[in-house]
Design a protein around this ligand. Structure first.
Ligand code: PA5
Length: 426
């Protein structure tokens, strides 16, 4: 379902030179013997997931869908990016789904919070608050505000039914609150970190609320788990992608630009950026993950990529079959001189733009391009893609010899902020 093409990647080292190292790391991942091995639950999740919980999520989603217009997904980082990436990728940016999904708890912007408050105050809404720790400040502040609004406008009983908490199975402030209030709860498994959690309740419940087939998504991930189960580098494209990144890093490239030609994949890029950035950026190592949506950003960033400092390579993430296509109409006056394209599809133009840009960036600009092509933007393909990038990420980061599953650096700003806010004990 994903094709990898390294022919434009300008690799100066043979992939094969990494084959023994790859076997070693593959064993570390599957036998859980490497750094951060407490957080490898995602490896077998597509086949080991809690079936009863998935069934319960579907039941709760159907129940809530009958009484609400809007679901507020309240979470940050790994506790929202995967759900948003999936919902936008599969349903598009102006979806016809029954329930509108709005994301809160990912910012301190008072303007944004007030705008959402105004928007939902005369609507029927529910809240899915998602936090593994249960104490993330952005999420907790937004949850207080919207919980209050729901209780004040609809009463405690309705709020109790319409608030769903996704958190640790037994500990943390959110778990205690959910128990006290009698909210429905779903679990963030202990052995799955935030950025690897899209295929747990963290992602699956909001995705189900958006009307997307979560069984198909898990089946897609299970298919990828099978496809990328080989320790043999020549048989494993996820590992080839990881090794290619490592070789390009050795060649001096410090940034990777994830490029998509589909606007509805912008959040997939955000999810990918967190996955690789938070996993890899430690001990003064790692490749800076950046992203762009082409051809839109060719009109802003294109100049730099073509002729600017040679710091980056691109990973072009193409979609083979678009969700929809349009035919370019003919015009009798042809003032815009576009009749040469009349009768052609917009996807044809999009693909030719991609082809021409790869040629320009690689052959004229000297920018290495890794090409990845996903079959389509179905739920199954999304699940497949998630697993591809997760296993590739683990391999990439272990190749750098750092722990892929912690994020100690994230605490520094929090510590300073808490001190400035006067948090007791900070
Ligand atoms: O990947 C991560 O660990 C982070 O992005 C967390 O998911 C994010 O900080 C939210 O944390 P929590 O789920 O504890 O609220």
């Amino acid at each position: 379902m994903i094709k990898l093409d390294l022919s434009q990647a300008k690799l100066e080292q043979d992939l094969d030179s990494y084959k023994d190292k790859v076997v070693e790391i593959h064993d570390m991942i599957h036998n859980k013997t490497g750094l951060g091995n407490d957080f490898l639950g995602w490896v077998d999740l597509p086949v080991n997931f809690d079936q009863e919980e998935v069934a319960a999520m579907k039941v709760k989603a159907e129940e809530l869908k009958k009484e609400i217009d809007v679901l507020l997904v309240c979470g940050i980082g790994g506790s929202y990016l995967g759900a948003r990436a999936a919902i936008e990728a599969v349903n598009g940016l102006y979806p016809k789904q029954d329930v509108e999904i709005i994301y809160v708890g990912n910012t301190f912007s008072p303007n944004y919070l007030q705008q959402v408050k105004d928007y939902v105050s005369d609507k029927e809404f529910a809240i899915n608050v998602i936090s593994k720790s249960g104490t993330t400040t952005e999420t907790s502040i937004a949850f207080r505000i919207f919980k209050d609004l729901l209780e004040q406008t609809k009463g405690k009983d309705v709020a109790q039914r319409r608030i769903v908490a996704t958190t640790d199975k037994e500990k943390g402030a959110l778990k205690t609150l959910a128990n006290n209030e009698g909210y429905t709860t779903f679990v963030v498994p202990d052995d799955v970190g935030g950025r690897f959690s899209v295929l747990t309740a963290v992602g699956l419940f909001p995705i189900a609320m958006a009307g997307i087939d979560i069984d198909a998504m898990l089946a897609g991930a299970a298919k990828a788990r099978e496809a990328y189960s080989s320790a043999d580098l020549s048989q494993n494209d996820a590992y080839k992608y990881a090794v290619a990144r490592q070789i390009l890093n050795q060649q001096g490239y410090v940034a990777e630009m994830f490029v998509t030609y589909e606007s509805q994949l912008a959040m997939v890029a955000e999810w990918w950026k967190q996955l690789f950035g938070e996993s890899e950026g430690k001990e003064n190592k790692g490749i800076l993950p950046t992203s762009a949506v082409f051809s839109t950003d060719l009109h802003s960033l294109g100049q730099f990529i073509q002729e600017g400092t040679k710091v980056l390579y691109e990973t072009i993430f193409q979609i083979e079959k678009p969700m929809a296509d349009l035919t370019i109409p003919s015009d009798k006056d042809d003032l815009d001189c576009l009749n040469y394209l009349a009768g052609k599809s917009v996807d044809f133009v999009n693909k030719k733009a991609c082809e021409g840009t790869i040629d320009a960036h690689v052959n004229t600009g000297g920018v290495p391009n890794i090409l990845l092509t996903l079959e389509d933007m179905s739920s199954t393909s999304f699940g497949y893609m998630v697993y591809f990038f997760e296993i590739a990420c683990a391999m990439s980061v272990y190749l750098l010899e750092v722990n892929p599953f912690n994020q100690p650096g994230v605490e520094v700003y929090k510590k300073n902020m808490f001190k400035l806010l006067g948090k007791p004990g900070a």
